[in-house]
Ligand binder design. Structure first.
Ligand code: C2E
Ligand code: MG
Ligand code: MG
Ligand code: MG
Length: 286
C-alpha cells in the first residue's frame, strides 16, 4: 500500500494497476479455456493478383468468440498470449488447423499463416512446421508464413537462421505490415523475403495527401528492384485498387475484395471485379 502522505493519486494508480493485473490474469485463464473448449476458429481472407484478378491465396486470421458471444480481437489477445507464452499452443493450433482445412479444399490455393516473434524464437519451429505438413498432407509450396519486423529486431541472427530452415522445407516467407517498424529496410536486407505486405495504414491514408502515394510508389519500386512481389493490405475502395494497378502493385487484399470469412470458398466481390471484368459498378446495376 502506498503511504497516505504521498497523496491519494498514488493509491489510485495502485488500485488501477491491481485492476489491470487482475484483468490480464482473468484473460489468460480465459484463453487457456478457449483453447481447451474450442472457442477459437479461423477466418480466411482472399488475396488476388492485381493485373488479372486471379485468386493468389487466402490469409488465415484467428477468431475468438466467447461462449456468451463476445468477440475478442486478435489485436487485443495476441500481445497478452505472447507475454504469457500461450501463443505457442495457440499458434500451433492455428498452423495445424489451417493446414488441415486447406489440404481438404477442392482447389489448391496457397494459404498465409501469421507467426508471432515468440514462435520464431522457439527452437522447434521448423520441425513443428515440417511435422504439421506431413500430418496434414499440405504441400509445403502452398504454405506461406507471415512475420513482422519485430521478429527480426529481437534477434536478427537467430531469426534469419530459423527462416532459412523454414525455407528449406519449401514454404515461403512474407514480411507483414511493412513500413510500420523501426527498421523496415534493414529487415529486407537481412533475409530474402518472398513477399512484402505493405501495411494497410498507407492505404487508409492514401486520400489524405501526397505522402502515402509517394511512399507506396517507393515501396513498389523497391520490391521491383529486389524482385520481391508486393501485396497491398487494406484495399477498401476501387480508387485505391485502380491506383495500385496503375503503379504496378502485384497483389491486393482488403474489404473491397472480401472480408475475412469462415470458409475460403468465397469469390472476389463484385465491387473489385469491376476492374478486371469491366463489369458495371454496383450502383449502375439495375
Ligand atoms: P495482419 O496480419 O496484418 O492481418 C490483417 C488485418 O487487417 C486483419 O485484422 C484483417 O481483418 C484486417 N483487414 C483486412 N482487410 C482490411 C481492410 O480492407 N480494412 C481494414 N480496416 N482492415 C482490414 P484482424 O483479423 O483483426 O487481425 C489483426 C492482427 O492480429 C493481424 O494483422 C495479425 O497481426 C494478428 N493475427 C491474426 N491472426 C493471427 C494468428 O493466427 N497468429 C498471430 N500470431 N497473429 C495473428
Ligand atoms: Mg498478416
Ligand atoms: Mg498485415
Ligand atoms: Mg496490419
Amino acid at each position: 500500500r502506498a503511504k497516505a502522505s504521498l497523496g491519494t493519486d498514488v493509491c489510485f494508480y495502485e488500485e488501477e494497476m491491481d485492476e489491470a493485473v487482475r484483468n490480464r490474469r482473468r484473460m489468460a485463464q480465459q484463453m487457456r479455456e478457449a483453447l481447451d473448449q474450442g472457442q477459437f476458429s479461423l477466418n480466411w481472407q482472399i488475396q488476388a493478383a492485381v493485373d488479372t484478378g486471379e485468386i493468389t491465396g487466402y490469409e488465415v486470421l484467428l477468431r475468438w468468440i466467447q461462449p456468451d458471444g463476445t468477440f475478442i480481437s486478435p489485436a487485443d489477445f495476441i500481445p497478452l498470449a505472447e507475454e504469457n507464452g500461450l501463443i505457442l499452443p495457440i499458434g500451433e493450433w492455428v498452423l495445424r488447423t489451417a493446414c488441415a482445412e486447406a489440404a481438404a479444399w477442392a482447389e489448391p490455393h496457397k494459404i498465409a499463416v501469421n507467426l508471432s516473434p515468440v514462435q520464431l524464437g522457439h527452437v522447434d519451429l521448423p520441425r513443428l512446421v515440417h511435422q504439421i505438413l506431413i500430418e496434414t498432407g499440405l504441400p509445403a509450396a502452398r504454405l506461406e508464413l507471415e512475420i513482422t519486423e519485430t521478429a527480426m529486431i529481437t534477434d536478427m541472427e537467430r531469426t534469419t537462421h530459423v527462416l532459412r530452415q523454414l525455407k528449406l522445407l519449401g514454404v515461403s516467407i512474407a514480411m507483414d505490415d511493412f513500413g510500420t517498424g523501426y527498421s523496415s529496410l534493414s529487415t529486407l536486407r537481412a533475409f530474402p523475403f518472398d513477399k512484402i505486405k505493405l501495411d494497410r495504414s498507407f492505404m487508409s491514408e492514401l486520400d489524405g495527401g501526397p505522402q502515402s502515394a509517394a511512399i507506396i510508389r517507393a515501396v513498389l519500386a523497391l520490391g521491383e528492384s529486389l524482385a520481391i512481389p508486393v501485396l497491398a493490405e487494406g484495399v477498401e475502395t476501387l480508387e485505391q485498387l485502380t491506383f495500385l494497378r496503375d503503379q504496378g502493385c502485384d497483389e491486393v487484399q482488403g474489404y473491397l475484395l472480401g472480408r475475412p470469412q469462415k470458409t475460403a470458398e468465397g469469390h472476389i466481390q463484385q465491387a473489385a471485379r469491376v476492374l478486371w471484368d469491366g463489369a458495371p459498378p454496383l450502383e449502375d446495376a439495375a
